[in-house]
Design a protein around this ligand. Sequence first.
Ligand code: TYC
Length: 108
Amino acid sequence: MSDKDVIRKDDPGTGTLVRAKPKTKKPSMYKVLLLNDDYTPMEFVVHVLEHFFGKSHADAMRIMLHVHRRGVGLCGVYTYEIAETKVNQVVDFARRHEYPLQCTLEKE
Ligand code: TYC
């Protein structure tokens, strides 16, 4: 018997176990993706990955080069609210520096 099993109060003592209904659901997770463009400087993208996604300099370089070569790359996986906030922060930061850097989210 696991801690997820319950015995009903009106169980007549047959020992029948009933699976308890889980009260929580795992939230859907969302990928935050960075897209390549021809104008945003590489150092700017590395800074974004370090500052907004907590990447080490080495990981930020690796991800930036992957995006540069392949067109798109994964920055992180988050719940919807956090993913949405990251996308807005990155796009807003890039716009303020007049770079066309694009960042999107995709349901896992
Ligand atoms: N392609 C850009 C350049 O050559 C660098 C770059 C990398 C831009 C990743 C965006 O998401 C990006 N300056």
